[in-house]
Design a protein around this ligand. Sequence first.
Ligand SMILES: [Zn+2]
Length: 150
Amino acid sequence: MDCPYCNNTESRVTNKRSCPQGIRRRRECLSCKKRFTTYEKICQEELFVIKKDGTRQRFDREKLLRGINRAFEKRPVSQEKIELLVDEIESGLRKKGIKEIKTSVVGELAIKKIKKIDNIAYIRFASVYRDFKDIEDFKEELQEINKKSK
Ligand SMILES: [Zn+2]
């Protein structure tokens, strides 16, 4: 890292901490002794989602979180658990090196995870994402859930 004052390439780190942008380091130039700050940004591959109508947009974690939060409204599940679920979905996609994914696939991933946590949230989320073809599909799902919870 070049010193911004004298362009010397050697510096020592006097302080290092994490910040929302990545890692912040305070450095001291070994030549002129002036101090400066550097940021190391976490560089993530872009992840895109393909919507039903074929349009492509950047994966929006907040949007997914909002949708899932709505499903969990008034359910006895902590916000922390919900955020963790969203993190798992996102990091799962990134780990696989996926660059483009259909929103319906993201929806299915979310549905699977929600189902393990809360049945009511699952039904709410699935009914939005999966567009149950007709009310019969919906009834079948409900019956299946009732059977399991008995
Ligand atoms: Zn310097």
